[in-house]
Design a protein around this ligand. Structure first.
Ligand code: CU
Length: 328
């Protein structure tokens, strides 16, 4: 088993993810901002001018997933047969990207969630020769979905692009569930220890049990004992956080606890999604957490979809007549 290579790749991925998600350049060591990459238009990047060591841009301070196009790469959903979801990534030259680096065992991670933070899925599409990614649609029902493509183009750095996709039909918006430190999924109980703090690294520890017994034989999933995605309420900023320790490194237990180093970019409510593998299946445990000022704690009334069920933004209709809206 090529542990050194996997570990190295994992560490590189980790640095890239953290750099992208949190804008903490010091974690990304070799990544240095390059003045010419402030321009995202095609043509400012040539394949031989970047070795993957650094394509920092003015958007580096943003969390991932907020942009449909960044650093010359654009996420484009394409028409697909019923039951399938398909998309392309076009590169700085405008052509679909066909070469990707493997990160966390896969060349493409597709994460979807509705705008109300329900319906989370994490799937792995297959790449056609022409650069189209296809997968059985994870868009499980009507609503406005955010689809995140988390990938590393060969010769580039890790990126997470996001795009809204609407599935027509009657929408039953879900209020954000209240913050909790314990949840159940598929017969497992998962507890959350730790609280994310804006702007600094916090340890989040998720502990898994079943029938009252700690689970100590978690199975590696994508090279780790757990994958944690956090989405910020309000804009679905995407934070992909990875566990401390790697299966097989001689010091990382296979449960019941999996710890993550997480840093959230702001106060506010976040939905955490923990993917873990046990019994030959992947399970997803979800939590709502509030970072920083607890006055920002979510309530049903504060949930965007509660005031505008058919729109992804709370003031799309009411705002025009509201005092101080600023149409002058
Ligand atoms: Cu994945």
């Amino acid at each position: 088993m090529n542990t050194a290579t996997k570990l190295s790749g994992f560490a590189l991925g980790l640095a890239a993810v953290f750099g992208t998600a949190y804008g903490v350049g010091h974690l990304a060591g070799p990544v240095t901002p390059a003045a010419d990459t402030r321009h995202d238009s095609a043509g400012t990047h040539s394949d031989d001018s970047h070795d993957g060591g650094g394509q920092a841009t003015a958007t580096d301070h943003l969390p991932g997933g907020l942009l449909v196009s960044d650093q010359g790469y654009t996420l484009q959903p394409v028409a697909a047969p019923t039951g399938e979801f398909a998309f392309r990534i076009t590169g700085p030259d405008g052509a679909p990207v066909t070469r990707y680096d493997v990160a966390h065992d896969k060349r493409m991670h597709l994460i979807v969630a509705r705008r109300d933070l329900s319906g989370f899925r994490h799937v792995h599409p297959e790449l056609d020769a022409d650069g189209t990614w296809r997968v059985d649609s994870p868009l499980d029902g009507p609503g406005v979905w955010r689809a995140f493509a988390d990938f590393t183009p060969s010769g580039g750095e890790a990126l997470t692009l996001g795009v809204d996709v609407t599935v027509p039909g009657a929408l039953a918006p879900r209020p954000l569930p209240a913050p909790a430190t314990s949840t159940t999924v598929d017969g497992y109980t998962v507890t959350l220890g730790g609280t994310p703090q804006p702007g600094r690294t916090s340890t989040l520890t998720l502990t898994i049990s079943r029938d009252g017994k700690p689970v100590t034989d978690l199975e590696p999933y994508l090279g780790a004992y757990g994958h944690l995605v956090a989405l910020r309420q309000g804009d679905l900023a995407y934070l992909h956080v990875h566990p401390e320790g790697v299966p097989g490194d001689g010091r990382t237990p296979a449960g019941p606890a999996v710890s993550f180093a997480a840093e959230v970019p702001s106060t506010g409510a976040y939905r955490l999604y923990l993917d873990f593998r046990h019994g030959g299946a992947v399970h997803t445990a979800e939590f709502t957490v509030v970072a920083g000022d607890t006055a920002a704690a979510p309530t049903a009334a504060a949930t965007p979809t509660a005031t505008a069920p058919a729109a992804p933004t709370p003031t799309a209709d009411a705002g025009h007549g509201a005092p101080g809206h600023g149409h002058s």
